[in-house]
Write a protein that binds this ligand. Sequence first.
Ligand SMILES: NC(=O)c1ccc[n+]([C@@H]2O[C@H](COP(=O)([O-])OP(=O)(O)OC[C@H]3O[C@@H](n4cnc5c(N)ncnc54)[C@H](O)[C@@H]3O)[C@@H](O)[C@H]2O)c1
Length: 261
Amino acid sequence: MQQNQPHAVLVTGSTSGIGLAIAHCFGRAGHHVMLHGLADAETASMLLDEFSGYSGGAGFSSADIASEAGCAQLVEETREAIGNPSVLINNAGIQFTAPAHEFPADKWQQILAINLSSAFFLSRDLLPAMRAASWGRIINIASVHGLVASEHKAAYCAAKHGLIGLTKVVALENADAGITANAICPGWVETPLIQPQIEKIAREQQVDLDAARALLVGAKQPLAKTTNPEAIAELALYLCGNFAGTITGAALPVDGGWSAQ
Ligand SMILES: NC(=O)c1ccc[n+]([C@@H]2O[C@H](COP(=O)([O-])OP(=O)(O)OC[C@H]3O[C@@H](n4cnc5c(N)ncnc54)[C@H](O)[C@@H]3O)[C@@H](O)[C@H]2O)c1
């Protein structure tokens, strides 16, 4: 990172899965981390305990970022807890699957709001301070579904394709200010988000969960293994490091060859 100083890092959706792995990775590296996600006070305090051993310290916000007001609340709570973030990692996301002709309007709105609009509102509100400091990193956790489509994921694919578009615009507009913006595009990562899809296959095909997971992953990825959340976290940390200064506007697949087909 710039002069190898600790940075203030906001990771949305960091109470579980990929976001939590990213938060730990930056915490271990000595940065100040703002944890965030839909969690009760008890879970929040357990999470903060996990981070108490790291030198950088941590804060927590449970702001619901499905609205512009929720995003503004998260910005305010982050500034109070760790100062202005120089690293923003837009990771919070949800999934819902149904054919487009049956897709419920509320699920469409919710997925667009959480998976796409929150990244816009948070980037918009945090960029001015990054620009003033002449350094910043925005990392959007998109998906292979930002690059290719799958059936029954109209809202998710629309949001993730949109997120990659947003990433490119932010990269172009801020290239003069020491700020990079990139998207990471995972294939299947072993987290709670994919559990309902594994369970659905197990039910429908009457197989156990391990067999269902293998069927789910193998149907899309030539390299038929789930990615460890820590692998995504290490890539995010790399994108904030000294050797990644000219990587910007990229959409980086970590997908077992899914998008190479
Ligand atoms: N797991 C995968 O296979 C996979 C693959 C590609 C991309 N992704 C993307 O990675 C990101 C993280 O996914 P994950 O699998 O770790 O998910 P997860 O379900 O484990 O975690 C999601 C996080 O988002 C938070 N969140 C959800 N709705 C929110 C809201 N309204 N307000 C605030 N926080 C909210 C949750 O509290 C949680 O912290 C998502 O954007 C997802 O689309 C995941």
